[in-house]
Design a protein. Structure first.
Length: 72
């Protein structure tokens, strides 16, 4: 399984304002320099009162389809 590690720091207000729609995408740069895009809703389990902050590992299959995300 392929993976990418990202760092995220989003306030709860920003997340709810920018990413509330079901098909909203997050664009970011992974630690290895790759530009990646993924659905914002995969971050919802990590949303706390102060936002989402930390490093996360996103796992995807060989076709690039999302499989899982974990705190890294």
């Amino acid at each position: 399984m392929n993976k990418v590690v990202i760092n995220i720091n989003i306030t709860s207000e920003e997340f709810l304002k920018q990413y509330r729609l079901p098909k909203c995408m997050v664009n970011t740069v992974a630690r290895d320099g790759r530009s990646i895009q993924f659905p914002a809703n995969i971050l919802k389990p990590f949303l706390l009162h102060n936002g989402i902050s930390g490093s996360f590992c996103i796992y995807f299959d060989q076709e690039g389809k999302f499989q899982s995300i974990t705190r890294y």
